[in-house]
Design a protein. Structure first.
Length: 462
């Protein structure tokens, strides 16, 4: 399998080189040169597999012979041995129409663990095999940081620096990142928004001289390995829910950066018979506006009850744009340049119709989010975190009468007790989270100033 850039200015490269490059050197995002196709008979075979074996089959389509089979199986086994549920991502039936895909059984109680336990082990594998220096640089709206740090903390040959928006993540998210005291970990709390942090990361990766000099590697979902790992649970969940009645199966996905829902789009393009992808967001609803109106334009930033989706500029949107525009890299590059200059992209009615054929969207306001948490706790004795609640609210708005829906549960509710308390619900913290409150924190608060961040990186990534 070879990988190319959405902007068309990068020579074809292999999977491992794509992992190391992260953001494409032309500023675009790396994607497979062609999407592997999975036949109906192959899907039937896969439906009987364990999560780990299914991951192996899907990963193999993109990795090829670059990692020997036995070593890839070992990487997968190590990555998912850290999960508390033997199914890795179990599916719970809530009603006849609604299922919840629990993605929070990893070490940091968030869906990012599914990809970042694998990517962390993959980076360690590459570092050892190729004698590569791995300096990981990432930004987080809350969950990526803790998952990434957990995946590589203490590992030889790897350093990691994570930027997060100061006082704009939940307390548990902050503690999960900043109570880690390993020498290879640095946390920077930026006085700004996640978009500010993400913007710095993309600028630094686009500076190929700086990127290569300091051996920068990406942990955010700009790295295709993240998308690949997340694709697996769409197949796994579909196989668990699809029944003899052959009802149409939708997925409702809480998303701010378009990465998790793009993984679902990739699964559908591979041949998984998904009906609709329902995009759930909050008051920061740039993606909802795009799907409903065809206009991609950031609005005013809002702090919400679902802070991991407090994002205005979605990194992975460019990957979808590439396929929407019939893989026209030159047009994608032109539109992204226009977006950087003018702050807006508008698609024509034909492409809007194509988008709406596959996607539905609902922006969930704060009151609706809390109301959904309360209702499902009272009626079904199931506690939703605020992001999953947005997904369930979007299911209620967008699901058809002859359809079933799998809502992605992206985090354990204990990570967002600030929102749960507003519903007058008292929850019990898992022991691993309870212990965080007694630990000292290690972080540096910095201005929203790229030069200041760069100086700190130069000292850390020596």
């Amino acid at each position: 399998m070879e990988f190319i850039s959405t902007r068309g200015k990068v020579e074809k490269i292999g999977f491992l080189d794509a992992v190391l490059m992260g953001l494409a050197d032309d500023g675009g995002l790396l994607i497979p040169s062609e999407i592997p196709q999975v036949s109906a008979s192959k899907l039937k075979e896969w439906s009987q597999l364990s999560y780990q074996d299914l991951a192996y089959e899907i990963f193999s389509l993109y990795i090829g012979e670059e990692i020997p089979k036995n070593e890839l199986k070992q990487l997968i086994a190590e990555s998912y041995a850290t999960f508390r549920d033997p199914e890795v991502t179990p599916v719970r039936k809530i009603t006849d129409k609604l299922y919840v895909l629990e993605l929070f059984h990893g070490p940091t109680f968030a869906f990012k663990d599914v990809a970042l336990q694998f990517l962390g082990n993959l980076y360690a594998y590459i570092s050892k095999k190729q004698n590569e220096i791995i300096n990981i640089l990432g930004a987080t709206s809350g969950d990526t940081g803790a998952s990434a740090i957990e995946g590589v903390r203490g590992k030889e040959g790897i350093r990691i620096c994570i930027l997060h928006p100061h006082q704009k993540v939940s307390k548990v998210q902050e503690l999960q990142m900043t109570t880690v005291h390993d020498e290879n970990v640095m946390n920077l709390a930026v006085k700004g928004t996640f978009d500010d942090c993400q913007g710095m990361i993309k600028d630094l990766f686009a500076d190929t001289v700086f990127k290569n000099q300091y051996h920068l590697r990406a942990i955010n979902s700009i790295n295709f390995a993240r998308i690949l790992a997340q694709t697996v649970y769409y197949f796994y969940a579909y196989f668990k829910v699809q029944n003899a009645d052959e009802q149409k199966v939708n997925f409702s996905v809480p998303t701010g950066n378009f990465g998790d829902i793009f993984a679902g789009y990739l699964a559908k393009r591979m041949g998984l018979p998904v009906n609709k992808l329902i995009l759930a967001t909050n008051e920061n609803n740039i993606l909802e506006r795009f799907i409903k109106e065809g206009v991609y334009k950031p609005g005013q930033f809002h702090m919400t009850y679902s802070p991991s989706m407090d994002i205005q500029v979605a990194s992975n949107f460019e990957r979808y744009l590439y396929y929407l525009l019939d893989e026209n890299a030159e047009l994608v590059a032109s539109l992204m340049a226009q977006f950087k200059k003018e702050g807006q992209i508008t698609i024509n009615q034909e492409n809007l119709a194509k988008t709406q054929e596959l996607f539905a969207a609902h922006g969930v306001m704060g009151a609706e989010c809390l109301q959904t948490i309360s209702a499902y706790y009272q009626q079904h004795q199931y506690l939703l975190d605020p992001h999953t609640a947005c997904g369930v609210a979007a299911f209620e708005q967008c699901n058809g009468s002859d359809e079933v829906c799998i809502t992605l549960s992206t985090a354990h509710p204990a990570k967002f007790n600030e929102s749960i308390e507003r519903c007058n619900i008292e929850q019990t913290y898992p022991e691993q989270i309870k212990q965080l409150f007694d630990k000292p924190q290690y972080q540096q608060v910095v201005d929203n100033d790229q030069d200041e961040v760069v100086e700190l990186l130069k000292k850390f990534f020596v």
